[in-house]
Design a protein around this ligand. Structure first.
Ligand code: HEM
Length: 499
């Protein structure tokens, strides 16, 4: 019996020791402790700096000294952060790193199966991404209809602010950081589901709030229960598992209800009105074949709901939080709007080529958002190399966008809001190290919609209103809300009519 105990202790000791050994030529980084890997050091640094991206930067300064990659292990996950422009270009173009992570975190959100388009790879991702883009285009995506949808939504937005003013010249808009959420969702949802929501609908407010909480509670690379899956069983509440499931159940219900409505009124003789119709037609005609299924339809809708609304709304949250602080930027933008458009018609997408300053504000706002947000994780599909280091199969590989977009050598005074940096000789200029939507095969499929929405919303709002600090309140804070995607800190502002 003693011998058995000794063997067990020896084997456990050996396993724990193995857990600390890094693969050969793995990118440099902190030491790996048994079971937790480098989690304790990352966490300590996070407590010190307040943000995950800042702790990665500090760790890179300690362990990597200018190397393009940093290698971490958090619980069971090997994670490589890609810090430089060149290494990111190499990574995003390397087909061996075209996978998306697997595991409890990435699959629980889609009922234990890998579904959707945001966090999938292989045949399913290819076929479903192609189908999604093809059919969204039929309903306006990337076409003229899309800018008309955004134009109409901007009209609703203006009317809602005027309603708040109640015949006065000004109003305080509470929670300006989340003001745009529903309008942004509407531009996408009119193509996905033929629907628009009112921002003050209680169900919509609840949904937006739980989504905000979810994105603040997790990181782009996971969360406690994904790095240590056993905790989803042992400590479901404190590991975040219970909340994660509850939030997703709400979102599933919201989407399933709408798909059920679509199914009930679907008539094969009628033309499809939106993406949901187009997908239901495939399921009606062929059943659940190849990668098509009703679960996949729900998952696509969830991916679009999350990737399509959070990102653009949060870029706008940074935009307006800075505009309230930087009144000169606001005035310069309004001068451009008044000169090019005047006050008798509203801005539209055709004005873009004549309005480099607003275009530059769009880019600067996206820079501030992605400058605090990591890229969507990739996964090595097989053993490969990157920037001269070995990347073993199943390693998570993540674009460290903050290291590029907040790098003072590339963007001077990176925490300042300076649209001018994107203007050369009076024209919009996009340097080749500015790729906040990614590149290559997994490149964001919503970049055109995001930029169209941001241009029209920013120009329309600034044409009609001034955005000022709220009397008696401090300026919007520069400390943002951390999470899977970054948001400007909550703020209120005083909106004053210009007309
Ligand atoms: C300012 C707004 C946005 C930013 C900064 C942004 C950024 C990104 C980034 C960095 C990626 C990952 C690329 C990669 O892994 O290589 C991505 C992927 C994705 N984005 Fe966006 N995005 C934005 C808006 C949108 C919108 C409006 C939609 C939907 C209409 C959308 C849908 C997606 C989807 C579905 C993917 C996964 C693509 C794939 O793996 O094939 N995004 N986005």
């Amino acid at each position: 019996m003693w011998l058995t105990a000794l063997v067990i202790v020896f084997v456990i000791g050996l396993l724990l020791y193995w857990d600390t050994i890094k693969p050969k030529k793995f990118p440099p980084g902190p030491k790996w402790m048994p079971i937790v890997g480098s989690a304790i050091e990352v966490n300590k640094m996070r407590e010190k700096t307040g943000y995950l991206y800042k702790s990665v930067k500090q760790l890179a300064a300690i362990y990597c000294q200018g190397e393009p990659l940093i290698g971490l292990k958090i619980g069971k996950d090997r994670i490589v952060m890609v810090n430089t422009v060149e290494a990111n270009k190499e990574m995003l173009n390397n087909e061996d790193i075209d996978g998306r992570p697997k595991g409890i975190f990435y699959q629980t959100r889609t009922w234990g199966k890998r579904r959707g388009v945001l966090l999938t790879d292989g045949e399913l991702w290819k076929e479903q991404r192609r189908f999604l883009l093809k059919h969204l285009r039929e309903f306006g995506f990337g076409r003229r209809t899309m800018s008309e949808i955004t134009f109409s939504e901007a009209g609703h937005m203006i009317n809602d602010v005027l309603d708040l003013m109640k015949n006065n010249n000004s109003a305080v808009v509470k929670n300006m950081h989340s003001f745009f959420n529903t309008y942004i969702l509407n531009t996408l949802w009119s193509m996905m589901a033929g629907l628009r929501y009112k921002p003050n609908e209680p169900d919509m407010i609840l949904l937006q709030n739980i989504l905000f909480e979810l994105f603040s509670a997790i990181d782009m690379v996971g969360c406690v229960f994904s790095h240590f899956p056993v905790l989803s069983l042992l400590a479901p509440k404190s590991s975040g598992y219970t909340d994660f499931i509850r939030t997703h159940k709400r979102i599933w219900k919201f989407l399933r209800d709408e798909i059920t409505n679509h199914k009930l009124r679907f008539n094969p003789k009628n033309e499809d009105r939106d993406f949901m119709d187009a997908y239901i037609r495939v399921l009606n005609d062929h059943g659940e074949v190849n990668t098509y299924s009703e679960g996949q339809l729900v998952a696509i809708c969830m991916d679009m709901f999350m990737a399509g609304t959070e990102t653009t709304s949060k870029s706008l949250s940074f935009c307006f939080s800075y505009l309230v602080r930087e009144q000169e930027v606001q005035q310069k933008a309004q001068e451009e709007i008044d000169t090019v458009i005047g006050k008798n018609r509203r801005p539209c997408l055709d004005d873009r080529p004549n309005m480099p300053y607003i275009e530059a504000i769009v880019q600067e706002s996206i820079r501030h958002f992605m400058g605090r947000t990591f890229g969507v994780p990739h996964r090595a599909l097989r053993n490969t190399t990157l920037a001269g280091y070995n990347i073993p199969e199943d390693t998570m590989v993540v674009s460290n966008f903050p290291n590029i977009l907040m790098n003072p050598d590339l963007f001077s005074e990176p925490y300042g809001f300076k649209p001018e940096r994107f203007i050369v000789d009076g024209k919009l200029s996009t340097p080749d190290y500015f790729f906040p939507f990614g590149i290559a095969k997994h490149r964001c499929l919503g970049d055109v919609l995001a930029k169209c929405n941001m241009f029209i919303f920013i120009a329309t709002m600034l044409q009609r209103f001034n955005f000022l600090p709220c009397p008696g309140e401090s300026l919007p804070s520069l400390d943002h809300v951390d999470g899977a995607t970054a948001s400007a800190a909550p703020f209120n502002c005083l909106v004053v009519s210009r007309m």
